[in-house]
Write a protein that binds this ligand. Structure first.
Ligand code: NAD
Length: 289
C-alpha cells in the first residue's frame, strides 16, 4: 500500500519540491496530495513533475486559514486516511514593529500558527484511530531564536515549536510522530511572498531615523545571507525524506545537519545576553559596502 502524504503550501518553494520528489519516487511508494490555496498556481507544480503522475499525485485546493477548506480537502482524499501530514504553508512579515497593522499581524498568525494547528486538528482524530501517523512541520531558525524586524513572524514560529512539542509528548501514546524540520535561509519565493516594509514606504515615515538606519542594515544583512548561505529546496527535501523514512524519527531535524551555533548559544547561555549581543553584532556591525 502506498503511503498517503498531504502537504500544505505546494504552489512554490519547499512544499512544491517535496511534492515533486515524493510523487516521482521510482518505486511509487507515495500518494501525494499537494494542496494549495490558489489552484490557479498549479502550473508550476505540474511542470516540475514532468510527465503524468496520475497514480501518485493529486492537487487539491486548501487554504489553511479556512476550516471548511481544510475539511473539503480532507474529504477528497480517496484513501480516506493520511499517513504523513506535512504542515508547510507559511508567510513572513518584515519591518519595524511599530508600522505593522493589527490586520497584517493577524494574517501572519492566522496562516503560520492557527493554520498549522487547524490542519493538525483536522487530521488528528483519524491518525489516532489508525494508531499511527506522521506529522511533519516546516520549522524555522526564527522559531528558535529572535530576529530583529521579524518579531511577529518569530512569534508565530516560536509558537509552533510550543504547539508541536506539547503534541509530541501526548502523541507518543498513539504511535504518531511529530517532527520539525528546522530550516535556515532557503532559496524559495519566501522573500517575494512575504509582507515587507520597503525603505521608501509612506508607512516608514513615522519611524525614527535610528530604527530606519538599523532596518537598512538588517535588509542588507538579510540579502547577503540569502545570497551566500541559502540552501536549495532539494537539500531541505532530503531532510524531510530522512524523517519520513526513519522508523523512529527525531522531534527536531536541522537542515544544515547540526544545530546552528547561534541557536546553540541561546541554550548554552540561558540568560540570553550572549545570543542577543552576538546576533546584534552579526546583523548591525557589518561594514558598509
Ligand atoms: P514560499 O513562499 O515559496 O512557500 C510558502 C507557500 O505557502 C506558498 O506556496 C504560499 O502560497 C503558501 N501559503 C501561504 N498562505 C497560505 C494559506 N493561507 N493556505 C495555504 N497555503 C498558503 O516559501 P517557502 O520558503 O517554501 O516556505 C515554506 C515554509 O518554510 C514556510 O512555513 C516558511 O515559514 C518556512 N521557512 C522558510 C525559510 C526560507 O528561508 N525560505 C526559512 C525557514 C522556514
Amino acid at each position: 500500500d502506498k503511503k498517503v502524504v498531504l502537504i500544505t503550501g505546494c504552489s512554490s518553494g519547499i512544499g512544491l519540491s517535496l511534492a515533486v520528489r515524493l510523487a516521482s519516487n521510482p518505486d511509487k511508494t507515495f500518494k501525494v496530495y499537494a494542496t494549495m490555496r490558489n489552484l490557479a498556481k498549479k502550473e508550476r507544480l505540474l511542470e516540475s513533475v514532468k510527465g503524468l503522475h496520475r497514480d501518485t499525485l493529486d492537487i487539491l485546493q486548501m487554504d489553511v486559514t479556512g476550516w471548511q477548506s481544510i475539511l473539503d480537502a480532507r474529504d477528497r482524499v480517496v484513501e480516506k486516511r493520511v499517513d504523513i501530514l506535512v504542515c508547510n504553508a507559511g508567510v513572513g512579515l518584515m519591518g519595524p514593529l511599530e508600522v505593522q497593522s493589527l490586520d497584517s499581524m493577524r494574517q501572519i498568525l492566522e496562516v503560520n500558527l492557527l493554520g498549522t494547528i487547524q490542519t493538525i486538528q483536522a487530521f488528528l482524530p483519524d491518525m489516532k484511530a489508525q494508531g499511527k501517523g506522521r506529522i511533519l512541520v516546516t520549522g524555522s531558525m526564527g522559531g528558535l531564536h529572535g530576529l530583529p524586524f521579524n518579531e511577529v513572524y518569530c512569534a508565530s514560529k516560536f509558537a509552533i515549536e510550543g504547539a508541536c512539542e506539547s503534541l509530541a509528548v501526548l502523541l507518543q501514546h498513539f504511535n504518531i510522530h511529530v517532527s520539525l524540520i528546522e530550516c535556515g535561509p532557503v532559496n524559495t519565493d519566501f522573500l517575494v511572498n512575504l509582507q515587507k516594509a520597503e525603505l521608501g514606504d509612506a508607512s516608514l515615515q513615522q519611524v525614527d531615523t535610528q530604527t530606519l538606519g538599523l532596518y537598512e542594515k538588517y535588509l542588507q544583512h538579510c540579502g547577503s545571507v540569502f545570497q551566500n548561505a541559502a540552501q536549495d529546496t532539494e537539500d531541505i527535501v532530503k531532510v524531510f525524506l530522512e524523517a519520513i523514512q526513519s522508523p523512529s524519527p527525531a522531534f527536531r531535524y536541522f537542515t544544515s545537519g547540526v544545530m546552528p551555533p547561534l541557536a546553540k548559544l541561546k541554550i548554552t547561555e540561558p540568560d540570553g545576553s550572549r545570543y542577543i549581543s552576538a546576533m546584534g553584532k552579526i546583523i548591525f556591525s557589518a561594514e558598509e559596502q
